[in-house]
Structures are given as structure tokens and as C-alpha cells.
Design a protein around this ligand. Structure first.
Ligand SMILES: O=C([O-])CC(=O)C(=O)O
Ligand SMILES: [Mg+2]
Length: 591
């Protein structure tokens, strides 16, 4: 096989396999070097490094104590390590043991980020093998606290920072990133980090966390992932006053200045990486998120995780909840608290799916869905003063100012919280839901845990154990009246890794609603009878790589059907193909 020379930072050279090997009946394999076959693990690439010292400090190649005697001789490592040779499994066991000694989640977070910086494969092996335990550390909720304290805990940059200072030079900045074949970018401007508000440049923890999940949960190769934070300032005065703040010390640029920087960024991304690179918008504020998605949705491969990813995971949860509740989507009535990205995004996807099922126009199916924002129920008399994304939901109704009154007036079967404000599903609200629903479906989706509209325990207690409950952030199982209830985690982490993998392996060039529905259907299809018997509406995260492969396959199939896939010919068995493309973190043998 061909080899290519790659310059390592510090002037060392590594011989690497050409990542564009051809596999699977002539289909160009986007993952090349990272296919998970046994063959690959025992007859791996050729690597020759001028200095063993630099090999030990390169997180992509470092294996620490797992370097074998032969490798220590061949790659100038002898003496640079203690004599013992340790297996990856034993290294993993040791790390897990050490992590469990920390009482504070943020300490676990920094320990895991240090590991990623030191030994990437061990980091991913640990994360994949212990996903349920470590997801709340690397991701929501701990990542939220990490962003709040990012300036203080900052050690090394983990992604690309593009600030107003880089205006006119964004293409050059992209070229400074050491990897060239980027397939997925997650970008934030930090203005609405989870439900925590404007964290400015410190929002970087979010793209880093999301992309760690792209690799661990979706099998996208780490070197193909690029976290980016766009810094246009922050309106968070506490951060501006904090001496350790890492971002621009100015208030947010808006209007043309903002739009121009974003436009330069989007153009530079396409110019540098081509049209098949996926750009995932993450945690932008409402007033930019919808506009960016609309503006670039027709020219770039873009996806908004908060509008679309959250919608897909919630729709999947609703479809599987129907197995417990009975009826069709059209038989249910939905009430949202929160009419921003997540609220209106979910509402629109539900209305679309209802319309597909009943053939009624979407203008009709929307009428089963009601939204409450900070000023009360969204009704037609408020139309003039509403932001454009709220207008489709302004139905005929007398004004209602509180959530409790809205619940009493609308009598929803499903209550969905996307408000970003913790504790807003009060006892009265939840009890009202339980009054006219045998099994009230309650989704408290705001993140992190502190912003959840109610806790799992509250939902089960206030409904005498009758609620079907899921939340954005994880909650432990709750015992009520001798029965254990397992809350679902309705988080877009179920979706974006598989959806992104599907886009990448099919070479898709656009995201369309039909692909979102395909992703949702695939997730709902992964909930087993055993899960339903336990009252679960989502499968456990332990199976997430298999789930992601099914989501990827369904999304890719839809991309081919719509003529949006460029990777030809279409592989016959897309699930198998998706699985075969997934990155595995096991060490390779270096010859
Ligand atoms: O990051 C998460 O856990 C889910 C999400 O996108 C958000 O809350 O903004
Ligand atoms: Mg988000």
C-alpha cells in the first residue's frame, strides 16, 4: 500500500498509510486507516519516527506503557519508559480505578481531558467501554460546569478559536489546524451554552464534548473532527470582569459585523474542506440560529443540533412512547414551555410527521401543538409582536399568561420543557397533568441538570408513579411505591453521532427534513420489547454504537434516495457498511 509522508510538529516525520484506500467493492472508504477489521489490527501501518520521545508525546500515536519490547527497540523508546509492558485493558482498568477516586465531577472531567491530550486511543477506549458512567462527565451535565470555569481550568487549546481579530484571515486560520481531511466541524459562538446562557469563548467545551461523542458514539475518526469557537465578544459581565477569561474582552458584535464574520467562516470552510464537510451549529442564540440554518442550509452541509437534533430525538421518544400510551401522534395534544430553537424545532418535526401520517396539511397538524413562552401562551392576538419562528404557533385562543393556566386550558397529553429555566414544572403543573391523563408524558429537556424543568423524582412522585418521564440531562432511576422507574435521557447525543456518520459515509451534500425523519425512525426502531417492559422510551446508551450504525444507515439510505449522496456506488448493506467504517480505539502494532 502507498505511504504518504506527513510532517509532525517539531520537524519529526511519520510514515503513514494513505487514508484513501479503496474497499467495499470500489467504494472509497472515508475511514481508510481506521477500519475495525482484525486484519488491520495485526498487519497495521508502517510507522517510523525519528525520535521515540516525540512518539510518546504525540497523543494520536502514544500507547504509554503498552509499547511492546519490539516497538521500544524499533522506535527509539527503550529506556524512556519503565520496564513493564502493560496491556491496553490493564491501562483502562487503572484509569477507571483512579477516576472513581475523584469525588468532584469536574476533577474527573479534567483527568479525562488530560488523558485525551496524552493518549487518544486510551481515552476513546475508556469512554466507549464505560459510556453510561463517563458520558455525564465528558458531556452534559459536567461539560456545562467546565464551560463556566473554562478560563480557570484551561491548560491547552483543544480546538480552533476564530475571533473578530481573525477577520479577513479565516482561511489561513483553518490552514493552521494540523489535520487536513476534516469531515465534521462543530461550531459555537457561545451565546447560549446549554441552558446556562452566554459563556462567550468559554463555550469551547461544547464543540469539544460533542465531537468526542462523534468519535465514541458514532465512530467518526478523531482526526476528522474539528471543534471551533467563534468569538465575537460576550455580554456576560461576570466573564468580562474575570481576569482569567480567555476570550475577547468586549460586548458581542451584532448585525453586519457578525454576519460578515460568519459568512467569511462558512465560505472558508467550504473552500478549505470541500462541500462534503458537515458543519454542526451548536448553542447559538435563537436570534442567530434560525437565520444561519436558513441561510446556509441551501449552500452547505449544515445541521443545527439544538433545532434539528433535539427534534429528532424527541420525535423518536414520542413514537416509542405511543407503544405505552396508545393512539397515534395525531391523537395527542402537545404543550411546550419554551418557544426557542428546541421548542419550535421539535414542534415543527412533530407537525411534519403527523402530516406525513394523516396526509393533512402541516398548517392543520400544527394546531395540535401549543407553545408557552415567557409572556404566556402563544396565541394569534400576539402575532404582531412575535419573532418569526413563533408565528406558525399563534393559534386562536384567549390570552393565557401562566403555564399552569395553559395546562388547564389546553389539557395536553404531552408536556415538553425547553425553557432553559430550572424548576418551572412546579408541583401544581405536574399534578394538573396527572389529573386528566392516566399516563402523563413529561419531558423536561433543559440542560444541564440545574436547568431541568423538574427532576425525575418530582415527576414520578407528583403523578403517583404514573408519569412517563424523560429529561435532557441524566437522572438516576427512582423508586416509588416499591417500583423502580427508569427515566429516559432525551438528549440529541442519541442522534448527531449516527446522523453525522450517515452523512459522511454517503458523501451527502445537504441535510433535508426527510433525513431527520429517517434518523428518528431508526432510533425509535432500536427500542426493544425489553426496554418497553421497563417503561423505557429510549434504548440504553450502552448499545449506542449499534444504534448509531442503524441511524447512519437509514440517513444514508435517504440521502441516496433523494439524490444527495455523492459516494457511489451505494453500498448494498448500509448497516454493515456503517459499522465497518467506524473508528475503533484499540492500539495498533507499530512495525
Ligand atoms: O448538549 C446537550 O446536552 C444538549 C444540547 O444540545 C443543549 O442542551 O444545548
Ligand atoms: Mg446544544
Amino acid at each position: 500500500m502507498d505511504s504518504t509522508m506527513k510532517e509532525l510538529r517539531g520537524g519529526k516525520t511519520v510514515l503513514d498509510l494513505d487514508p484513501k484506500s479503496t474497499v467495499g467493492g470500489g467504494v472509497e472508504d472515508p475511514y481508510g486507516e481506521d477500519r475495525a477489521t482484525e486484519d488491520q489490527l495485526v498487519t497495521p501501518w508502517t510507522i517510523s519516527v525519528a525520535s521515540g520521545y516525540s512518539l510518546l508525546r504525540d497523543p494520536h500515536h502514544n500507547k504509554g506503557l503498552a509499547f511492546t519490547e519490539k516497538e521500544r527497540d524499533a522506535h527509539y523508546i527503550r529506556g524512556l519508559l519503565p520496564p513493564v509492558v502493560m496491556s491496553q485493558e490493564l491501562q483502562e482498568k487503572k484509569l477507571l480505578h483512579n477516576l472513581r477516586q475523584y469525588q468532584v465531577p469536574l476533577q474527573k472531567y479534567t483527568a479525562l481531558m488530560d488523558l485525551a491530550e496524552r493518549n487518544e486511543r486510551l481515552f476513546y477506549k475508556l469512554l466507549i467501554d464505560n459510556v453510561e458512567e463517563l458520558l455525564p462527565i465528558v458531556y452534559t451535565p459536567t461539560v456545562g460546569e467546565a464551560c463556566q470555569k473554562y478560563g480557570s481550568i484551561f491548560q491547552r487549546p483543544q480546538g480552533l478559536y476564530i475571533s473578530l481579530k481573525e477577520k479577513g484571515k479565516i482561511l489561513e486560520v483553518l490552514k493552521n489546524w494540523p489535520e487536513r481531511s476534516i469531515q465534521v466541524i462543530v461550531v459555537t459562538d457561545g451565546e447560549r451554552i446549554l441552558g446556562l446562557g452566554d459563556l462567550g469563548c468559554q463555550g469551547m467545551g461544547i464543540p469539544v464534548g460533542k465531537l468526542a461523542l462523534y468519535t465514541a458514539l458514532g465512530g467518526v475518526r478523531p482526526s476528522s473532527c474539528l471543534p471551533i469557537t467563534i468569538d465575537v465578544g460576550t455580554n456576560n459581565q461576570q466573564l468580562l470582569d474575570n481576569e482569567f477569561y480567555i476570550g475577547l474582552r468586549q460586548r458581542r458584535a451584532t448585525g453586519k459585523e457578525y454576519a460578515d464574520l460568519l459568512h467569511e467562516f462558512m465560505c472558508a470552510v467550504k473552500q478549505n474542506y470541500g462541500e462534503k464537510v458537515l458543519v454542526q451549529f451548536e448553542d447559538f442564540a435563537n436570534h442567530n440560529a434560525f437565520d444561519l440554518l436558513a441561510k446556509y442550509g441551501t449552500t452547505h452541509l449544515v445541521f443545527n443540533d439544538d433545532i434539528q437534533g433535539t427534534a429528532v430525538v424527541v420525535l423518536a421518544g414520542l413514537v416509542s412512547a405511543l407503544k405505552l400510551l396508545g393512539g397515534t401522534l395525531g391523537d395527542h395534544k402537545f404543550l411546550f414551555l419554551g418557544a426557542g430553537e428546541a421548542g419550535t424545532g421539535i414542534a415543527e418535526l412533530i407537525a411534519l410527521e403527523m402530516s406525513n401520517q394523516t396526509k393533512a396539511p402541516v398548517e392543520e397538524t400544527r394546531k395540535n401543538i401549543w407553545l408557552v413562552d415567557s409572556k404566556g401562551l402563544i396565541v394569534s392576538s400576539r402575532k404582531d409582536s412575535l419573532q418569526h419562528f413563533k408565528k406558525p404557533w399563534a393559534h386562536e385562543h384567549a390570552p393565557v399568561t401562566t403555564l399552569l393556566d395553559a395546562v388547564k386550558a389546553i389539557k395536553p397529553t404531552v408536556l415538553i420543557g425547553t425553557s432553559g429555566v430550572g424548576g418551572t414544572f412546579t408541583k401544581e403543573v405536574v399534578e394538573a397533568m396527572a389529573e386528566f391523563n392516566e399516563k402523563p408524558l413529561i419531558l423536561a429537556l433543559s440542560n444541564p441538570t440545574s436547568q431541568s424543568e423538574c427532576t425525575a423524582e418530582q415527576a414520578y412522585t407528583w403523578t403517583q408513579g404514573r408519569a412517563i418521564f424523560a429529561s435532557g440531562s441524566p437522572f438516576d432511576p427512582v423508586e416509588y411505591n416499591g417500583k423502580v422507574h427508569i427515566p429516559g435521557q432525551s438528549n440529541n447525543a442519541y442522534i448527531f453521532p449516527g446522523l453525522g456518520l450517515g452523512l459522511v459515509i454517503s458523501g451527502a451534500i445537504r441535510v433535508q427534513d426527510a433525513m431527520l425523519l429517517a434518523a428518528s425512525e431508526a432510533l425509535a426502531g432500536q427500542v426493544t420489547k425489553e426496554n418497553f417492559d421497563k417503561g423505557m422510551i429510549y434504548p440504553p446508551f450502552t448499545n449506542i454504537r449499534k444504534i448509531s450504525a442503524h441511524i447512519a444507515a437509514n440517513v444514508a439510505a435517504k440521502a441516496y434516495e433523494l439524490g444527495l449522496a455523492t459516494r457511489l456506488p451505494r453500498p448494498e448493506n448500509l448497516v454493515k457498511y456503517a459499522e465497518s467504517c467506524m473508528y475503533t480505539p484499540n492500539y495498533r502494532t507499530y512495525r
